[in-house]
Design a protein around this ligand. Structure first.
Ligand code: THU
Length: 131
């Protein structure tokens, strides 16, 4: 199933709330849970730079902390012509907690691409290696 307009709109609204004073690169994310709830996140930067947190992980950590455990897709919005894919750290976190969900990449004018997590993080390290 495709990402709903509401999910894309929620990611765009989160994009507007990004705190990106240093890079000026705003990102918004909207996670959809199995019961179709929407949890958003935006990137949050910090003067130390290294403490910056990406939009996708903000959304996921918010969702987990609110008790959500099963997800269907995530929409990621940035103001780029070529859609912005999740960074490596976010892919690892999304794989761990969302699994093989749809990753929908959009900019401010529309949805540009949809990928499955298994294609974005092949040969993933995860709990199955831990015995
Ligand atoms: N950023 C995200 O929020 N998500 C990504 O997947 C890529 C990068 C943020 C982190 C930083 O605040 C800014 O974009 C520039 O790297």
């Amino acid at each position: 199933m495709a990402a709903s307009d509401a999910l894309v709109a929620a990611a765009r609204a989160a994009f507007d709330r990004a705190i990106a004073d240093y890079s000026h690169f705003k990102v918004g994310a909207a996670l959809e849970t199995a019961d179709r709830r929407i949890i958003t996140g935006c990137n949050i930067e910090n003067a130390s730079y290294g403490l910056t947190m990406c939009a996708e992980r903000v959304a996921m950590f918010k969702a987990l902390s609110e008790g959500h455990r099963v997800f269907q897709r995530i929409v990621i919005v940035a103001d780029t012509h070529t859609p912005t894919p999740p960074c490596g750290a976010c892919r690892q976190i999304l794989w761990e907690f969302a699994g093989d969900v749809e990753v929908v990449l959009a900019n401010l004018t529309g949805v540009a691409a949809t990928h499955m997590m298994r294609d974005l993080l092949p040969h993933a390290f995860d709990r199955k290696f831990l015995g």
